[in-house]
Design a protein around this ligand. Structure first.
Ligand SMILES: *Cc1c(COP(=O)(O)O)cnc(C)c1O
Length: 369
């Protein structure tokens, strides 16, 4: 236990969790036990509440694996044989959606945008008007690639105008950014245990509109990622998972949900993330680090920085220097330019941001010398 929390993670998940979230994992639980299944049910119920939707119209399903498993579960379980999916692409995670569809042999088309811009609403409107055979529209909310926050409300309106199914990867926003699934017209929302709810990695979750989910029975291209089947077992067997579930992770997630409430719920968490992100952006700019995403499109979760012009950055040296001083940063994910990323989700507070800024300043001065 000596090495516990020797450094904090400025990464977009896994992230730094509280000692109390970690402590819940010291107990071994049985997947057959009703106490354990009750934890799953409590989580499902709480997730619906966070998405502002009711049991009866929507359902929450937990799925083993990382976030991608959840996205893959939806995209390979919901489309019927002849359905075509339209993917709005402006980052690596929307590109991954295309890759999932390609692997499964599901028909898809894309609308591509610059990675530092949000999808143009008129282009989506025109495309859906001209291509009536599209049945599902899929996009990412918070593009963790860049830190940009997409406008799912405006796109949702268009998608609903044409009566299409709307799938949103809200992996790195749900729990911190307010999402009213009903109002936004989202039919399937995907997120995971180790992002803004601040649990540990090991499962993803899907909040889905029941009517569409029930109609998808038999469509799944995979056994283990069959969303309908997973729902059917969980719903009708009191919170039981089909296959072995990550018991420690599930217990930790329930604790994380309770701690989200203690903090003041989603609004308080967003306020903390926003404050930290603003402090970070302002401080980094003063030091000569330019953010890749402009202020109006920047989300509260992670910021991408271009390598500064006034001094040379060696990512691995900088990473090592910061790690020795208690913080781990993240490499960039853009293909054409050199960048690095700083996440501010997890147990990160203003004092951490001040500390990080002073470390960057020290690193820069060391380089200047
Ligand atoms: C983290 C994340 C995912 C899932 O990534 P995994 O490595 O599979 O957990 C998907 N989409 C977005 C936007 C993410 O931030």
């Amino acid at each position: 236990m000596k090495d516990l929390n020797t450094y904090k993670l400025l990464t977009p998940g896994p992230l730094t969790t509280t000692p109390t979230v970690k402590e819940t994992m010291l107990i071994d639980r049985c997947t057959w036990d009703s106490d354990y299944n009750a934890i799953t049910q409590e989580i499902r119920h709480e997730l619906l509440r966070l998405a502002h939707v009711d049991n009866g119209q929507y359902t929450a399903v937990l799925m083993q694996g990382s976030g991608t498993f959840g996205v893959e579960s939806v995209l390979t379980s919901i489309p019927a044989k002849d359905d075509t999916v339209l993917v709005l692409v402006n980052g690596a995670y929307s590109k991954r959606m295309c890759s999932i569809l390609k692997h499964a042999g599901i028909k898809y088309e894309t609308l591509e945008y610059a990675w530092d811009e949000i999808p143009d609403i008129n282009s989506v409107d025109d495309y859906l008007n001209d291509h009536p055979y599209i049945s599902i529209v899929s996009m990412v909310h918070s593009e963790t690639t860049s830190g940009l926050l997409n406008d799912i409300e405006s796109i949702g309106k268009i998608v609903k105008k044409y009566g299409k199914i709307f799938v949103v990867d809200a992996m790195s926003s749900f729990g911190a950014v307010d999402i009213d699934m009903g109002k936004t017209g989202i039919d399937f929302l995907i997120s995971s245990a180790n992002k803004c709810i601040q649990g540990v990695p090991g499962f993803s979750f899907i909040i889905g509109r029941l009517e569409v989910l029930l109609a998808s029975k038999g469509n799944a291209r995979s056994l283990s990622l069959d969303l309908y089947d997973q729902y059917d077992t969980m719903e009708h067997h009191g919170g039981k998972w089909r296959f072995t579930s990550p018991t420690h992770v599930v217990a930790a997630f329930r604790q994380a949900l309770r701690e989200l409430e203690t903090e003041g719920g989603q609004p308080a968490r967003l306020a903390r993330y926003k404050k930290c992100n603003k402090l970070l952006r302002e401080g980094m700019e003063k030091l000569g680090f330019k953010a890749y995403i402009k202020d109006e499109l920047q989300g509260p979760i992670i910021t991408t920085y271009l390598y500064p012009e006034n001094f040379k950055v060696d990512f691995s040296a900088m990473h090592e220097f910061l790690k020795q001083n208690g913080y781990v940063i993240y490499p960039g994910k853009l293909t054409d330019i050199d960048t690095f990323r700083l996440g501010n989700i997890g147990e990160i507070y203003e004092e951490d941001i001040e500390k990080i800024l002073s470390l960057f300043k020290a690193y820069k001065e060391q380089d200047d010398a």
